[in-house]
Design a protein around this ligand. Structure first.
Ligand SMILES: NC(=O)c1ccc[n+]([C@@H]2O[C@H](COP(=O)([O-])OP(=O)(O)OC[C@H]3O[C@@H](n4cnc5c(N)ncnc54)[C@H](O)[C@@H]3O)[C@@H](O)[C@H]2O)c1
Length: 351
């Protein structure tokens, strides 16, 4: 039986969902929803779908649809996911999970009650680099990973001004929720540190409200009434139950030499590693020698193709996705704590 998938949101990231689903043997994208007639009709035509709806509510009400991918402004993630789960559909949410942990928890609880597969699709986990480094960490080459440095610095890389991305009421936050979520998730996924105990953070809005730093992302139309009121830089220190720490830095806009630089660096008792490019740093076999190694031919016993196929495999009962729901909740909890720490000037303890 072919699983019928609805694509909710026909904006900038919709093509990624449609393209992957079109390559999966047991599923078919049959409908799209978007407020914009132009965008929804373009997606419908490009991917040969039968139906295009004006709103997410109309698509969720379609009984023919078994599962949905959601790529809407962040404020609509939880309402749409909850309605879809209530209607008996499986859900793949694009990042971030929701506006905050409380919303994310409601969605997770609902999916468990209704026995529907809910996954937050963290696409960066599926790169060859990430899969390779995770396999290297899992086989113990780094020893105990005691520190992780995760950063994504863009220079003039804010999404389009005057769109939902830059407005707190619609996005929940700026660079931290937009790209910080990716690099924080990668840092925790690669290091395997999933029990945070404290978070100290600071966020800044230095450029966007002055009209500086616009990049090009986003297909939503600009609206002059939408004001920039979110963070364009964030920094945090996260500590874990085993004493490990993670330093997070993220910017949409910042004065620096390069237009974009991002990486996850792992520091372990036996070796260090970088993700982009994937390299290992360790003592050589001879005393006094030190080596920088580009890993070759690392076996990937549990290789995953992409987030959509991982989600569809899980719906089909083939295997669990690598984007575990509890991990998505933990990431959201840490993001909330960074904003809270910044607002209060205090470290936030997590349980
Ligand atoms: N995984 C990634 O790397 C990645 C990359 C970009 C965006 N995203 C996420 O995907 C989501 C969408 O981002 P985007 O870049 O496509 O944004 P976008 O602004 O380009 O598109 C959003 C679309 O939602 C539509 N929309 C808004 N309200 C609607 C409603 N009530 N009913 C139906 N459609 C509605 C808009 O018309 C627009 O076409 C965001 O949550 C974003 O964080 C993820």
């Amino acid at each position: 039986m072919t699983l019928k998938v609805g694509i909710i949101g026909a904006g900038a990231i919709a093509g990624d969902h449609c393209s992957s689903i079109s390559k999966y043997a047991g599923a078919e994208a049959v409908a799209v929803a978007d407020l914009s007639p132009k965008r929804r009709n373009e997606v419908k035509k490009a991917w040969g779908m039968g139906k295009a709806y004006a709103t997410w509510e109309a698509l969720v009400a379609d009984p023919e649809i078994d599962a949905v991918t959601i790529a809407l402004p962040n404020a609509l993630h939880a309402p749409c996911a909850l309605a879809a789960i209530k209607a008996g559909k499986h859900v793949m949410l694009d990042k971030p999970f929701a506006m905050n942990y409380a919303e994310a928890k409601l969605c997770a609880d609902a999916s468990r009650r209704k026995k529907r597969v809910l996954m937050v699709g963290m696409n960066q986990r599926y790169s060859n680099e990430a899969q390779t480094l995770r396999a290297i960490v899992e086989r113990g080459d780094l020893g105990d990973v005691y520190h992780t440095k995760a950063y994504w610095y863009r220079r003039m890389g804010s999404p389009k001004f005057g769109t939902w991305f830059v407005n707190k009421q619609m996005s929940g936050g700026g660079c931290l929720l937009d790209i910080g979520v990716h690099i924080l998730d990668l840092g925790m996924y690669l290091s395997g540190a999933w029990r945070p105990v404290s978070v100290s953070g600071q966020t800044y809005g230095t450029f966007g409200h002055r009209g500086i730093g616009e990049g090009g992302w986003g297909k939503s139309a600009r609206d002059k009434k939408i004001k920039f009121d979110v963070d364009d830089f964030a920094t945090a220190m996260i500590k874990f139950h085993n004493g490990a720490s993670l330093e997070l830095n993220v910017s949409w806009v910042m004065h620096q030499e390069q237009g974009d630089r991002h990486d996850v660096e792992l520091y372990g008792s036996e070796a260090g590693a970088s993700l982009f490019p994937t390299k290992l740093f360790r003592c050589g076999k001879q005393k006094g020698e030190y080596e920088v190694v580009t890993p070759q031919g690392v076996a990937l016993p549990d290789k995953r193709t992409n987030r959509q196929h991982d989600w569809l495999d899980m719906i089909a009962g083939k295997r669990k996705s690598i984007c575990a729901l509890d991990q998505a909740l933990t990431v959201q909890k840490v993001l909330d704590a960074i904003y809270k720490s910044s607002a209060t000037g205090r470290e936030v303890r997590l349980r």
